[in-house]
Write a protein that binds this ligand. Structure first.
Ligand SMILES: [Mg+2]
Length: 234
């Protein structure tokens, strides 16, 4: 069984950064400070890491309690903020998820820097939640690679997993690092915050402007792993 670990923002969907409203309101409620997340490049950072950076930029000490309260309030406010911006499911995503589910040969799981509740809100709003039985999420400000290790443990708990048949699909260098941390291949897409030229030096297994059509994607994940070479552009 092939395992696909999917990033959310910039890979499965874009919210048009609608979460910024929820974040800014949460910061105001929890700290009393005004803040604009829109002025910060957050691609690849986990929600908890964004919490730490936000509090530090306001001159506050990012204690575990304060970060958790901020992230929790953001999660509360997120569902109502998603309709405030026009986002979309990214090209070929739904078709690929349908195709691999119908084939029954690959399991799709989440590997995301979102929290579980934040991920659920976004996927529910964009109609993708049912494709993902479970996933690994940000639970604290620790490195994104710890989420990758939890994702791999989760997949192993669901059945036999061979690293050669595991892929991380993501849109940032952080996703590539995640995949490298657990020794699996990355399919990188330039549909988020980074271009093909920015992603290529991080040596993902493959990099695409956008995800390929489902038949091509299925051929891709059936390819055997060969010795590391230069990244191939799709
Ligand atoms: Mg992303």
């Amino acid at each position: 069984m092939t395992t696909l670990f999917w990033d959310i923002d910039g890979t499965l969907l874009t919210t048009g950064r609608a979460g910024v409203f929820a974040w800014n309101d949460a910061v105001l409620e929890v700290t009393g400070h005004t803040f604009d997340l829109a002025a910060t490049r957050t691609a690849g950072l986990t929600d908890y890491q964004i919490g730490v950076r936000t509090l530090e930029s306001l001159g506050l000490v990012p204690t575990a309690d304060l970060v958790a309260r901020l992230v929790g309030r953001y999660e509360d406010l997120l569902p109502a903020s998603l309709p405030k911006k026009q986002g979309q499911v990214l090209p070929h995503v739904r078709e690929i998820l349908d195709h691999v589910r119908a084939l029954g040969s690959a399991r799709s799981l989440l590997l995301t820097g979102n929290t579980r509740r934040g991920a659920g809100a976004k996927l529910r709003y964009y109609g993708l939640l049912d494709y993902f039985p479970d996933g690994a999420f940000a639970e604290d400000p620790s490195a994104r690679s710890t989420i990758a290790h939890r994702a791999l443990a989760l997949a192993r708990g669901l059945g036999s997993v061979h690293e050669e048949q595991v892929f991380v699909i993501g849109d940032t260098p952080h996703d590539v690092e995640c995949a490298n941390a657990i020794g699996v291949r990355t399919i990188a897409v330039a549909t988020g915050g980074y271009s093909v030229d920015e992603l290529t030096p991080h040596a993902p297994w493959r990099v695409f402007e956008e995800l390929p059509p489902p038949e091509e994607f299925v051929r891709l994940i059936a390819e055997p792993r060969v010795a590391a070479g230069p990244t191939e552009r799709g």
